[in-house]
Design a protein around this ligand. Sequence first.
Ligand code: NAD
Length: 740
Amino acid sequence: MKINQVVIIGSGTMGSGIAAQLCNANIPVTLLDLKTEISEKARDRIYKSRPPLLIDKSKIKNINVGNINDDFKIVKDADWVVEAVVERIDIKHNIYEKIFKSRKSGAIVSSNTSSIPIKILSEKLTNEEKKDFCITHFFNPVRYMGLLEIVKTENNDLEKINSLKKFCEQELGKGAIVCNDTPGFLGNRVGVYSMQVAMTEAFKMKLTIEEADAIFGRPMGIPKTGVFGLYDLIGIDLMADVLKSFIKELPKNDEFQTVAKEIPLVTKLIDTGYTGRKGKGGFYRINKENNKKILEAVNLETGEYSTSKKIDLKIDNVDLNSLINQDDRYGKYAWSVISKIIKYASSLVPEITDKFNDIDEAMRLGFNWSMGPFEMLKSIGVKNFFKRIDSFENNKFLESLSKSLDENFYGQRQLYTEIETLGKIKTTATKIDKNKSAEIYRFKDFNIIEFTTKACALDYDSMDALKNATDKPLIIINETMQFSAGVNLTYTMNFADKGDFKSIENFLKHFQETCKHLKYSNYPVISAPSGLTLGGGFEVLVHSNFVASHTNIVIGLVETIVGLIPAGGGCKEMLWRWSQTEEAKQDPDYAALKVFDIIGYAKTATSPIEAEPLKYLRPEDKTIMNRNSLFSVSKKIIEENNNFTPPAECVFNLSGKSVKEKMIKTLEKLYNEKVILDHGMEVGKELANVLSGGDTTIDKKLSEDDLFKLELDAFMRLMETQKTQERIKHTLATGKPLVN
Ligand code: NAD
């Protein structure tokens, strides 16, 4: 079965998200809604979306729009028809009747429903029609959420389901998990249960919402929105509807029912318009006092709002055992929530699914948890878990595990896919080294480095690991979301606060040496980025010999935002890339001015297609839709480069003073227009000094080391200024830039 053309009916949040991802894959798609204006607006929304749903604006040409009355005939050309209209069974039934009358014989028809079982959706279909009907449950936002649940029944043509799965994996880049027709499928069944447990336990144990979010968040490997923050994000009213549907669909004795009961405070919030971020606020709200925005949090007992108190548990790494062993309310809350989630998820095996691994993957892909309930169990330790747990009657999975006490029950990750993923091979690879910032694995005859810090931020230890791993071909790749958000600014600021600038300089030198080492190592180095690839993260990438990039990256040199300049060879490599262009051959200042513009404005790209014109990526770098494939593509690059020879060293001819003056003219214009302020000017001048080659003339040859030295000196001068330190502190505290 080949899918060359798709029709989507319903152009709301989900219909447009699915359409955008099909566009990204260059599959022509038609969006039909009640009126053409509605689908036109949807196309417009896709075009302007932030973060962008499209990997490149030009992809919009793959979308056609229309309405279900005048344009329905297009359905007969589609190989796949996706229904994504409102969650109303009468409306859905009417649409299926129309689709099955018009569709091409054998075309797949699917619904994006989040809660209606197939048996109800398909009750009016013939047996022949049921063969081709399934649920394709995408998550919002479709481009960025990895999970796609394909729900099938015994009526389905399994071969067709499998080829749909392959298409969604390969072309749309989704982690496609085939599951059975049970309420909430896998992701929402366990995900919504977990949120409800986290919420009801917070009420019971009298935790504040900030405390609950601080625990049911990063320390548990769960996104920092926690539980109450996530409710606000999804919409408290929408969650109430989801719960109603679960209460209706699930048996009365299902454990879910005990945590799905209506909570008076939640009802009050909805009734008074506090439906979350889209409403007047929710559990959190923004209040304005004297024109200042103040974040407030609701008191779970009184329902009153007061200024939110930030709770920082100072836990950066997920360590469930030390969390649940904490001898205070936080430890008790964590254990209570985690143990209930493990008990519930395992109670679904084997009735709901016989593959517990799929439940974990659904939580990782659909809720961005770093581990699912079964991996949590593994991480707590099987014996340890059974020592603590009170009861688990009628739970076949736990009964059996309590007998075997097999600490190795888990096996590999990602069993739902045939792709050889990093998660899978890590269990058979040998961990040859580890420090607090990275792990080195040996697999076959090459090394793999995985960064292990928060957002994979880089420090001295990350560089040590990289340097030590170049004795074999090397792949730099992470299972977690980001490739690297850049140098760890907290780490750098800790030295600056003590006035210890020597340590910062030593770190930078080590960074530069490591990057050089990566570039000129006798073995190929491959970076396989996904997510944030910023600043120092980009500098690691740019010194790699090959790149296999996921389509969802945010890439660029953003140092100027925090009052610094790239000093890990970022300026140098960008200069080199731009100096290889035809334009640079005509104009000796072309490259320096171009890079000044890119780094000065801290330009970022949100996909490889956007990255190429900036030369953050090169045409020969590989682009991959499915994040799961980053490892196997990188491995193939190693196999194809048996006879690798490192590149020749670069030599630079830069104009020095004359081009620097041009850059300073640009800065003065920006300063006069108040686009930049005093410190912006200082940072710009330092950047100009590096990119012009400093005290040089066009006939002089500068080596890579000369440029490294210029970068280092500029960086250190800026680092020592009060205003750069203020910028860094501000960004660390707020996540936002400070203009000074
Ligand atoms: P939405 O309200 O954003 O969009 C629904 C669209 O369907 C609207 O544009 C509406 O005009 C259109 N529509 C209504 N009746 C129609 C008809 N007869 N013919 C053609 N179009 C019609 O809804 P949504 O959030 O995109 O949800 C769509 C489906 O996806 C629902 O089944 C929902 O349960 C499911 N879902 C939603 C999410 C989510 O996060 N929003 C996630 C997963 C699944």
